[in-house]
Write a protein that binds this ligand. Structure first.
Ligand code: ATP
Ligand code: MG
Length: 414
């Protein structure tokens, strides 16, 4: 008879458990705490959108749109796409929900995003991002606030030391046009030395050649003209205000004139927090200003700036987070004690005490379980204790044991 094969996990997805899950949760809870300090409010948006939301805003020529999207037709015949990032969906929500009335709007979100990429360490097909955006603020102060928030998040996660903020400006529309022309002239002159991919980029999105990873392209990318000579006075002043703000807030940064963002809608500030601790997946947090995005979705011209970070990459950088401890483990010995323990455990949990019951196996195994759970106390219940109406409360760190009346247990454990 044919055996039914057990189902497999889809390539590039994850089942997150144990230590990995604790790291993951620690990143999210830290983000939740820090975003509240900066008065950003949390929103949630759908996991899928009309394909046009991403295709129009990210740009048809970007890797994400041309190669990485999970796009499908639903039963009604509409083309839908699993979100490959948050910003486009947030911009769509801003327009559909009339959030203009709350501008400038400071928001965060987090959750799974999907990209069809070759899975490797730190690169998945379903991964998770945390995301922060300020919509409707054209001032450089918004860029600064987002960068200081990112910096504080990394500090509170204890990983700021190995991570560097790289900063660039992509200028305003006039700057980009002039710089683009200079780049095209430079790359045209070196046509024969460029990689196949970069020849395509030259037609469609020449700026992308600058951050090409192909060793063949590097010398030509490195000798390309910097944007600086093409910055309009306004674009220059904007960039200066951002760097002055970072200096005032005590956030270290370095200029990376080769940093361009993959998505078409970026203007002015572009940045990445990078580390050399994750091999070639070294970018942990990235973003910039996207003043052109909401207009490209058919909305009124609206300023915006934001960033996203990969939760998995942040979690990989964490020092081993301490296993979540609990308050106590109840150890009932015998049927009568077990029956009584059910009520005691329920009462303790209702009183806000974190307890687990260890009712299986020999005493030694049960105490080992208490240790493994990181419990501070074991509450031993035998026939003697039942008769007296007490639990034998043992402090696991010191071994000291005291008898505590059932009614006083919650108080004693807190
Ligand atoms: P990369 O150069 O690594 O492909 P990216 O430029 O595509 O990154 P963004 O679109 O800026 O990445 O996404 C923001 C963050 O999301 C990245 O800095 C990274 O931490 C994380 N990230 C991106 N793609 C993946 C992935 N496939 N798996 C895990 N994390 C990812
Ligand atoms: Mg990518």
């Amino acid at each position: 008879m044919a055996r039914t094969e057990t189902p497999r996990r889809i390539r590039g997805t994850q089942d997150i458990f144990g230590d990995e899950q604790r790291r993951f949760a620690h990143v999210l809870s830290t983000f939740e705490r820090v975003r509240a300090l900066y008065c950003f409010q949390r929103i949630d948006i759908p996991v899928f959108e009309s394909t046009a939301v991403f295709a129009r805003s990210l740009g048809e020529t970007t890797d994400v749109v041309s190669k990485e999207m999970y796009t499908f037709e639903d039963r009604g015949g509409d083309s839908l796409t699993l979100r490959p990032e948050f910003t486009a969906g947030i911009a769509r929500a801003y327009l559909t929900e009339g959030w203009q009335q709350f501008a400038p709007l400071k928001i965060t979100t987090s959750g799974p995003v999907f990209r069809y990429e070759r899975p490797q360490k730190g690169r998945f097909r379903q991964f998770h991002q945390i995301d922060a955006e300020v919509i409707g603020a054209a001032e450089p102060g918004a860029d600064v606030e987002l960068l200081v928030l990112a910096d504080q998040l990394l500090r509170e996660l204890g990983i700021a030391d190995g991570v560097t903020l790289q900063l660039n400006t992509l200028g305003d529309a006039d700057t980009r046009e002039a710089w683009r022309a200079a780049l095209v002239a430079h790359f045209e002159a070196h046509r024969g030395e460029l990689s196949e991919d970069s020849l395509t980029r030259l037609e469609k999105n020449p700026m992308r050649i600058l951050d090409s990873k192909d060793p063949k392209d590097r010398p030509i990318a490195d000798s390309a003209p910097d944007i600086d000579a093409y910055l309009t006075p306004e674009a220059r002043a904007f960039f200066d205000a951002v760097t002055a703000g970072l200096d005032a807030a005590g956030v270290a940064w370095e200029r990376n004139a080769r940093l361009v963002r993959g998505l078409d809608y970026y203007r002015h500030t572009a940045f990445e927090f990078v580390t050399d601790r994750l091999g070639s997946q070294g970018t942990v947090l990235a973003g910039g200003r996207y003043d052109g995005l909401i207009g490209s979705l058919g909305g009124p011209e609206t300023a915006g700036v934001g960033w996203a970070a990969g939760v998995e990459r942040l979690a990989m950088l964490l020092e081993e987070p301490a296993a979540a401890g609990i308050d106590a483990v109840v150890v009932p010995m015998g049927a009568a004690a077990e029956a009584r323990a059910t009520g005691i455990v329920a009462d303790l949990r209702r009183a806000g005490v974190a307890v687990e019951m260890a009712y299986k196996g020999k005493m030694k195994a049960r105490m080992a379980k208490a240790d493994a759970l990181g419990a501070r106390f074991a509450i031993i219940l035998g026939d003697d204790e039942l008769a007296k109406g007490v639990g034998a409360v043992k402090a696991l760190a010191t071994g000291t044991q005291t008898e505590v009346a059932f009614a006083d247990l919650a108080e004693a454990l807190r």
